[in-house]
Ligand binder design. Sequence first.
Ligand code: CP
Ligand code: NVA
Length: 305
Amino acid sequence: MTSAIRHFTDLSAVPAAELRGMLGDAARRKARLKAGKRSRPLEGKVLAMIFDKPSTRTRVSFDVGMRQLGGETIMLTGAEMQLGRSETIADTAKVLSRYVDAIMIRTTSHERLLELTQNAEVPVINGLTDETHPCQLMADIMTFEEHRGSVVGKTFAWVGDGNNVLHSLLEASARFSFKLNIAVPEGSAPEQKYVDWARRNGGSATFAASAPEAVDGADCVVTDCWVSMGQEHRARGHNVFMPYQVNAALMKHAKPDALFMHCLPAHRGEEVTDEVIDGPNSVVFDEAENRLHAQKAVLAWCLGA
Ligand code: CP
Ligand code: NVA
């Protein structure tokens, strides 16, 4: 029933050529926007957005992106819907499909996203789950390539918690053909299925014994918060993570022109110091901006515009 629908659930679920095409489209749309040119390919289309967790970037960039494409959005929170009174996600998917043209969801378990996708008759976009954050990686690859050219064969280093952003970075490493070195504290490893998938699909994820070892010679250093939304019960002492803080001393192990990336929001003084996030090699606000441009390409792909 849903085979022809273009869902954007994960980078592993979309062929590499399609993802590459979306990045090209995002760059063209960004250039046209900067040149003051507007087009409205999604005129008359409505995107429903369901947020079961907080958001600044995802919420605003999807909303503005849809408006720039000529479409409209409806902002929903799970708690305010009948979902919060135990209507099933499957029934919700079927009902929303009768009203809107696409659904973006930020939610807790990945299973909720997949259940929504399996039951929706319109495209579903993953705006972050406990397991993955594919829209973030589309913006991040776009950002790297704007600053440093093709990502192919380059080396990324991830230091910190093995979380949802790392899972999508693992998928991105295979889909976009770059190397990925990972350093995480004991007990904070990414889920093995994401490591295995990346390796099976051409990625070369390696685990380093320390943060300096992971960062050694890297073209890009990436981190994220030490405690993700909804993972507070897993929170561990900061002393466990402190050796993985991205500070100026750690950045010295990377290439001199290595970029620093963070999906934001940042916890300054924890996973990253001010001198790094505000330093000349930090591209965190370009990443945030590119959420808008990359997601417009995702929306256009999903809706055939
Ligand atoms: N990076 C990101 O997804 O930010 P928000 O949580 O603000 O949407
Ligand atoms: N890993 C973070 C990303 C926030 C955009 C979280 O899930 O809270």
